[in-house]
Write a new protein. Structure first.
Length: 116
């Protein structure tokens, strides 16, 4: 059973920074890719950033240049460093892991609130 636990969310002023963590139960080597998604009230869940097992990264246009995704295989943890935060970044941020052919695993989410 895969468990993903997010942490690091909170309330921050616009222009501030936060670092989210996603701790996995067991090795993250087994996942083909991991990523962060977010969902704001009344909006659809959207992709924020992904990182493959080879280390390739991909970002939503709205966060390029501000957010950085990374992973520490030794700690079985993925991170999202968020800088220059904007009120529109306010959402629940969810950790995702993908493994072929099993599919997707999700964490419970961590709230990020950016005040103007």
């Amino acid at each position: 059973q895969v468990q993903l636990v997010e942490s690091g969310g909170g309330l921050v002023q616009a222009g501030g920074s936060l670092r989210l963590s996603c701790a996995a139960s067991g090795s993250i080597f087994r996942f083909n890719a991991m990523g962060w998604y977010r969902q704001a009230p009344g909006k659809q869940r959207e992709l924020v950033a992904t990182i493959t097992s080879a280390g390739s990264t991909n970002y939503a246009d709205s966060v390029k240049g501000r957010f950085t995704i990374s992973r520490d295989n030794a700690k079985n943890t993925m991170y999202l460093q968020m800088t220059s935060l904007k009120p529109e970044d306010t959402a629940v941020y969810l950790c995702n892991a993908y493994k072929i052919p099993v599919g997707h695993y999700w964490g419970q989410g961590t709230q990020v609130t950016v005040s103007s």
